[in-house]
Design a binder for this molecule. Structure first.
Ligand SMILES: CC(C)(COP(=O)(O)OP(=O)(O)OC[C@H]1O[C@@H](n2cnc3c(N)ncnc32)[C@H](O)[C@@H]1OP(=O)(O)O)[C@@H](O)C(=O)NCCC(=O)NCCS
Length: 176
């Protein structure tokens, strides 16, 4: 995966009805540690990382790169939306395409925040890199992620085996 490359970054914060999407900041560090170490968040992502290792390895200010959005609710980070270029994706249908990923803290699940944030990020993406499809890969057993993908307008391209599980590759056409 590569970042989005030559887009203007960071953009002005993106405000939705309930959320703000913005570049990550030093004050988000605890939320990043929680995302990386949560067993629930990482249940379909290869498992959580060890807290002491993450605490040691994570820089004081989170890495900033074009396409990495912190999602904020009531002044605190609740999740991350990742827009990248799927360079080297193992499936030819996805290789080189724009790619969406999302991670939210368990206490923020079930309120429609992920859907609201991802829709806003996809709108932003369509503005800065218009006319391109977006792909998304998730384990097909990840029911919440599968529901979110469908809600956002992704449709199935194929399923494939990788990382010891069935993966679902979805695509969202431009101009939706
Ligand atoms: C995948 C993930 C982001 C989904 O989060 P989520 O909170 O379930 O997703 P949504 O934002 O779509 O919200 C879902 C529920 O909120 C409920 N909800 C409550 N209030 C709502 C509102 N105001 N608007 C919309 N939905 C609302 C809905 O009932 C919805 O349930 P449904 O999907 O059954 O209809 C979350 O499970 C996660 O972070 N998982 C770990 C990371 C991961 O696996 N990522 C995938 C790898 S790409």
């Amino acid at each position: 995966m590569d970042d989005l490359g030559a887009v203007s970054w960071p953009p002005a914060p993106i405000r939705t009805e309930r959320l703000v999407l913005r570049a990550p900041e030093a004050r988000d560090r605890a939320a990043f540690v929680a995302l990386l170490t949560s067993p629930e968040v990482n249940a379909y992502l290869g498992g959580p990382r060890a807290r002491d290792e993450v605490e040691r390895g994570l820089p004081a200010a989170p890495e900033q790169w074009p396409g990495s959005f912190a999602v904020e609710s009531d002044g605190a980070m609740i999740g991350q939306v990742l827009l990248r270029r799927a360079t080297g994706h193992r499936r030819p249908a996805a290789a080189g395409k724009l790619d969406l990923g999302y991670l939210f803290l368990p206490q923020a699940w079930g309120f429609g925040y992920a859907a609201e944030a991802c829709a806003a990020a996809l709108d932003w993406l369509a503005g800065v890199l218009p006319g391109e499809p977006v792909v998304l890969t998730t384990q097909s057993a990840n029911a919440a992620s599968m529901r979110l993908a469908a809600k956002l307008g992704f449709t199935e391209v194929e399923r494939f085996e990788a990382w010891d599980a069935e993966q679902w590759l979805g695509m969202r056409s431009p101009g939706r």
